[in-house]
Write a protein that binds this ligand. Structure first.
Ligand code: 1DX
Length: 181
C-alpha cells in the first residue's frame, strides 16, 4: 500500500498514545523511513506488521487498532490535501458510499500502483443499506467498520454496522448491513 497509509497509522498512534509508544511500535514493526514516504507504494506486509506491532505494544486487539485507524482515515485524508476529492464524492453517507469506486478510479489515475477495494450498495432505504466490500486484501473487515463510523462523523449521523458475512468465511468479499440516524 502507499506510504500514506503507514503515515496515517503513525499519526494516529502518536496523537493517541504519544511519541514514546510510537517509537516502540516502530521498532517492533521493523519499518524504516522509506515506508513513510507518502507516494511510494510498498509491500502490504509492512502495513500489517505495523498493525500487529501496535497491537502488541499497546496491548489492544488488532481489530481495535484497525477500527480506530479506519475511523481516523476520513479525517486524516481531508487534512492531507484530499478534502476536495472527498467533498466531490458526496454530501450524505449513502451518496458517498455509492461514489467510492469512482473516487478510487480518480486516485488510481494519479497513482497507478493503487489496489483499491470495491464497494457496492443495495437495499437502500431512508436510513439503511447493504454494503458489499471486495478487496485483493484479507482481514480488513474491521478497518471497513471503522471507515463507516468515520464517515458517520463526517456526515453527522449515528452509524451502526453489522457484519453479515465475511470474506474470511466465504472467500468472496464481505457484506455489511449499515444503518444510520
Ligand atoms: F469508506 O484495500 C471512505 O495503496 C471509505 O481492502 C473507504 O492500494 C474513504 F498519494 C493518495 C494516495 C497516494 C490518496 F498515492 C490513497 F499516496 C485513497 C485518499 C482513498 C482517500 C486503498 C489507500 C488502497 C491505499 C483499503 C483501506 C482496504 C477507502 C484504505 C480506504 C478515500 C484507501 O478512502 C482494502 C493502496 C489516497 C486516497 C481515499 C486506500 C490503497 C475508503 C476511503 N482505503 C493514496
Amino acid at each position: 500500500m502507499y506510504g500514506l497509509i503507514n503515515i496515517a497509522i503513525r499519526d494516529l498512534i502518536k496523537s493517541k498514545f504519544g511519541e514514546q509508544q510510537w517509537l516502540a511500535v516502530l521498532s517492533q514493526s521493523g519499518a524504516s523511513d522509506a515506508d513513510f514516504v507518502r507516494m511510494r507504494s510498498g509491500d502490504d506486509a509492512m502495513t500489517y506488521a505495523l498493525v500487529g506491532a501496535a497491537s502488541e505494544v499497546l496491548d489492544m486487539p488488532a481489530s481495535d487498532i484497525l477500527q480506530a485507524f479506519g475511523q481516523y482515515w476520513t479525517e486524516f485524508t481531508a487534512q492531507e490535501g484530499y478534502g476536495p476529492l472527498m467533498d466531490a464524492a458526496g454530501s450524505t453517507l449513502p451518496e458517498f458510499l455509492e461514489n467510492l469506486d469512482q473516487l478510487h478510479t480518480r486516485v488510481g489515475m494519479m497513482y497507478p500502483d493503487l489496489k483499491p477495494p470495491s464497494f457496492s450498495c443495495s437495499d437502500i432505504t431512508e436510513n439503511s443499506l447493504t454494503l458489499q466490500y471486495e478487496s485483493e486484501r484479507d482481514g480488513l473487515d474491521d478497518l471497513v467498520i471503522g471507515l463507516l463510523h468515520g464517515l458517520g462523523t463526517r456526515f453527522e449521523v449515528e452509524v451502526s454496522v453489522q457484519l453479515v458475512s465475511s470474506k474470511a468465511d466465504t472467500g468472496v468479499g464481505s457484506v455489511f448491513h449499515v444503518t444510520w440516524s
